[in-house]
Design a protein around this ligand. Structure first.
Ligand code: NAI
Length: 469
């Protein structure tokens, strides 16, 4: 059975490609099927990577126009959007080509075409020219990710010019004068920030009475204030009931969730960022008998097994946070399991980051979650205003908050609002992976002067007292 693969992965996003590479490294014969023209899935092609290129570039543009002067650099930045988009496209290209290179290096058969489970042990690939090829597989991994969900209960007509999803909000040909963002979640705030920095008047309409719903409320409130200072407008507790194309753009109608009069605002561009849904269309799951859960996700057990033997699923298409690194972790764990090892993912220590300016990062429990669970905890907080490095960089917004168990001092959650929060959260995730305490964190030497000293100080504050406030 020379042409039977040990593993055929459907989907080459961070879940699928990482699973394929890890499995190949562990000696399995692997193929990976991808329906886009390039590997890397949503994350590398239209999600994390291009948005980060734009976030970084637009942040530099905003800084050049604001804080540079305070540091004695006098410039008048001029936006060349075409070039900024070219920077984004180049970044995407080098990343997706990187995956193709890694496939080759690890002797993975990469196939561009649409994969469908033909039967247990068989994946049919339909190529662009309509031809098909059937791969035999001892194991199949569904890693098809997610797609734009739209607004629950509304049939939004995305024309991807005036009413756009995140896929196209990263490629607008010009800066809109007025932009309405439906949904104050991660995508809405990241992409809303990009266009606000480049000059758009951005209004975010959010159903909940806070932005970033699952985020620690204290962090979310402080973050919103900073975004307001940056020029974003928020309509919270507002349910969008209509998004329509108009003569010169589009209009968004919303009403207070608590009841009251509806309001309509016009915009040149409306970004709808109200969540994503698992992508399971055309995969032949029903025919193969693969069960979905009540939210349309592929149902799996603790070892990524579906109800059909030999078929597994990971990433956005299964339960859990829709995060690239969660999918990667699952990809590694599944590959290890298939290779006879004991792969495992610690879902309690998966960080989450919003790549705005400042960034927002967290790992573990929020205060609200601890209160709800009746867990007694200590809080240690430290503001970046009191951090020397932050002052020298003019990045004094935000704070670090460490939540530790009152009895054992074990760290249960860390929340950072501040510059480079996304990188700094890594030490908190590592600490939690080892069930560390706030004292462990505080007694670990941190280089001076660094922003990470604020993390240490917050840990000091959780079990004793911070030094610098
Ligand atoms: P989200 O779930 O983060 O936010 C959607 C927001 O839309 C929610 O706050 C919800 O209350 C609101 N909403 C829903 N219906 C509404 C209505 N009718 N009117 C007003 N507001 C309404 O979803 P988002 O931002 O689209 O992101 C999708 C997924 O992608 C998330 O799971 C997110 O974690 C992930 N993602 C992660 C990133 C990161 O880690 N940096 C970056 C981008 C996406």
């Amino acid at each position: 059975m020379a042409d039977t693969y040990d593993l055929v992965v459907i989907g080459s996003g961070p879940g699928g490609y990482v699973c394929a590479i890890k499995a190949a490294q562990l000696g399995l014969k692997v193929a990976c099927v991808e329906k886009r023209k390039t590997y890397g899935g949503t994350c590398l092609n239209v999600g994390c990577i291009p948005s980060k290129a734009l976030l970084y570039a637009s942040e530099a543009f905003a800084e050049a126009g604001h804080s540079f002067a305070e540091m004695g650099i006098e410039v008048s930045p001029k936006l060349n959007l075409e070039k900024m988009m070219a920077h984004k496209d180049k970044t995407v290209k080098s990343n997706v080509e990187g995956i193709a290179f890694l496939f080759k290096k690890n002797k993975i058969t990469g196939l561009i075409g649409t994969g469908r489970i033909k039967s247990v042990g068989e994946v049919e690939v339909t190529k662009d020219d309509g031809s098909t090829e059937t791969l035999k597989a001892k194991n199949i991994c569904i890693a098809t990710g997610s797609d734009v969900a739209g607004i629950p209960g509304l049939d939004v007509q995305f024309d991807e010019t005036t009413i756009v999803s995140s896929d196209h909000a990263i490629a607008l040909p010009e800066v809109p004068k007025k932009m309405v963002v439906v949904g104050g979640g991660v995508i809405g705030l990241e992409l809303g920030s990009v266009w606000a920095r480049l000059g758009a008047e951005v209004t975010v309409v959010e159903f909940l009475d806070k932005i970033l719903g699952p985020m620690d409320s204290e962090v979310s409130t402080a973050f919103q204030k900073l975004l307001v200072k940056q020029g974003l407008t928020f309509k919270l507790g507002a349910k969008v009931t209509d998004v329509e194309k108009s003569k010169n753009g589009a209009s968004v109608t919303f009403e207070p969730v608590k009841g009251g009069d509806a309001e309509t605002i016009d915009a040149d561009v409306v970004l709808v960022a109200t969540g994503r849904k698992p992508y399971t269309e055309g995969l032949g799951l029903k025919e193969a008998g693969v069960a979905l859960d009540d939210r349309g996700r592929v149902e799996i057990d603790a070892h990524f097994r579906t109800n059909v033997e030999g078929i597994y699923a990971i990433g956005d298409v299964v339960k859990g946070a829709m995060l690239a690194h969660k999918a990667e972790d699952e990809g590694v764990a599944l590959a290890e399991i298939l290779a006879g090892q004991s792969g495992h993912v610690n879902y309690d220590a998966i960080p989450s980051v919003v790549y705005t300016e400042p960034e927002v990062a967290s790992v573990g429990k929020t205060e609200e979650e601890l209160k709800k669970a009746g867990v007694e905890y200590n809080v240690g907080k430290f503001p970046f205003m009191a951090n020397g490095r932050a002052r020298s960089m003019l990045k004094t917004d935000g704070f670090v908050k460490v939540l530790a168990d009152k009895k054992t001092d074990r760290v249960l959650g860390v929340h950072i609002l501040g510059a480079d929060a996304g990188d700094m959260i890594a030490e908190a995730a590592l600490l939690m992976e080892f069930s560390g305490s706030s004292e462990d964190l505080a007694r670990t030497s941190h280089a001076h002067p660094t922003l990470s000293e604020a993390v240490r100080e917050a840990a000091f504050a959780a079990f004793a007292k911070p030094i610098h406030v």
